[in-house]
Design a protein around this ligand. Structure first.
Ligand code: NAP
Length: 293
C-alpha cells in the first residue's frame, strides 16, 4: 500500500508556482478573498489561502463583509471586483449566511475571474472538455493527485460517492473526459443509490466525497484499489486539546490495509485544494494579460 502524500504534491506545485511568479515582470497576480462573517472553519481556510498566496508571491486582498451583508450588497461588491483591473481572481468563501444565494453569487463572478470554477461558464467548460476555463479546486486537486501518483484512469472503473456541485459532479466529469490521464468509466453514487457497497467494491479508483466520518469501510473496497478520501469531518475526541479530531469519509485503519494507494486525512486532498486555487489565480493572470495584448 502506498500513501498518496498530498502535502508533498501540493508543496511541489507551490514551489513551481513560486518560481513562475518570481519570473513575471511587473505586476504580480492578485487574488481577492471574500469571507462573509466569522465561521471558524472559513476563518482558517481563508487564512491558509492568504498565507499560501504570500508564499508564492501572489498579492492577496482579503475582504471581510459583516455576516449581516445583504445579497444585493454582496452582489455589488463582486461586481466592483469584476471591474477592478488589478484583481485577477475572486474567491467567495463558502458557506455563506442564509440570506445569500450562493449559486447566484458564484454566477455573478465574471467567468475570467472565477478561480473557484463554480460559475455556470466554468462548470460548463468542464462538461465540454474545454481547458480554457477554471476547474474547481478540489476536483482539480484530486485529478492532479492521481496523475502525479501515476494513476491513469483509462480503462478503469471510477466510482465517485457524492454528487455535490463542489466535488462529486465535477470530479466525475473530469474522470470521464476524453483526454490523457482521464478516460475513466464512471459511476456516481449518492444517498438514493441502491446497494452502494456492491458498486463501491467494483471500483478500481474509489473517490469518497460524502461528509460522513469513516463511511467507507474495508468491505466496500476491492483489494488493490486506489482510494481518494475527500471528507473532512470533525469527530469528538476528549483526548485532544481541541476536543475533536479530523477524520475522512474512509475508515483509514482498515481500508489502508487492502488499498493499493490511499490518501490520508489530513494531508491528502485538503492541501491540494489550496494549491489548485493558486494555480488557477496564476492562470487567470496569464489569460487576462493575453487578452490585454
Ligand atoms: P455535500 O454537498 O454535503 O454532498 C455530500 C454528497 O454525499 C451528496 O451528494 C449526498 O447525496 C452524498 N451522501 C450523503 N450521505 C450519503 C449516504 N449515506 N450514502 C450515499 N451518499 C451520501 O458535501 P461536499 O461539499 O461534496 O463535501 C463532501 C466532504 O468533502 C465533506 O466532508 C467536506 O468537508 C469535504 N470537502 C473537502 C474539501 C477539501 O479540500 N479537502 C473540499 C470540499 C469538501 P445526496 O446528493 O443524495 O444528498
Amino acid at each position: 500500500m502506498t500513501i498518496i502524500d498530498g502535502n508533498k504534491i501540493a508543496s511541489d506545485i507551490i514551489a513551481e508556482l513560486k518560481a513562475e511568479v518570481a519570473a513575471l515582470p511587473g505586476r504580480k497576480p492578485c487574488i481577492a478573498l471574500v469571507r462573509v462573517g466569522d465561521d471558524p472553519a472559513s476563518v482558517s481556510y481563508v487564512r491558509k489561502k492568504e498565507k499560501t498566496a504570500e508564499e508564492i508571491g501572489i498579492t492577496s486582498r482579503v475582504i471581510l463583509p459583516p455576516v449581516s451583508i445583504s445579497h444585493a450588497e454582496l452582489t455589488k461588491l463582486i461586481e466592483e471586483l469584476n471591474q477592478d483591473d488589478s484583481v485577477d481572481g475572486i474567491l467567495v468563501q463558502s458557506p455563506m449566511p442564509k440570506q445569500i444565494d450562493e449559486l447566484v453569487i458564484f454566477r455573478t463572478i465574471s467567468p475570467e475571474k472565477d478561480i473557484d470554477g463554480l460559475g455556470t461558464m466554468n462548470l460548463g467548460k468542464v462538461a465540454q472538455d474545454d481547458e480554457t476555463g477554471f476547474v474547481s479546486c478540489t476536483p482539480a486537486g484530486i485529478m492532479t493527485l492521481l496523475s502525479r501518483s501515476q494513476v491513469d484512469l483509462k480503462g478503469k472503473h471510477v466510482v465517485v460517492i457524492g454528487r455535490s456541485l463542489l466535488v462529486g459532479k465535477p470530479v466525475a466529469l473530469l474522470a470521464l473526459q476524453k483526454k490523457a490521464g482521464a478516460n475513466g468509466t464512471v459511476t456516481v453514487c449518492h444517498s438514493a443509490t441502491a446497494d452502494l457497497p456492491a458498486i463501491a467494491r467494483q471500483a478500481d479508483v474509489l473517490i469518497a466525497a460524502i461528509g460522513r466520518p469513516e463511511f467507507v469501510t474495508a468491505d466496500m473496497v476491492k483489494p488493490g484499489a486506489v482510494v481518494i478520501d475527500v471528507g473532512v469531518n470533525r469527530v469528538p475526541d476528549s483526548t485532544r486539546k481541541t476536543g475533536y479530531r479530523l477524520t475522512g469519509d474512509v475508515h483509514f485503519p482498515t481500508v489502508s490495509t487492502i488499498a493499493g494507494k490511499i490518501t490520508p486525512v489530513p494531508g491528502g486532498v485538503g492541501p491540494m485544494t489550496v494549491a489548485m486555487l493558486m494555480k488557477n489565480t496564476v492562470k487567470a493572470y496569464h489569460l487576462r494579460q493575453t487578452q490585454r495584448g
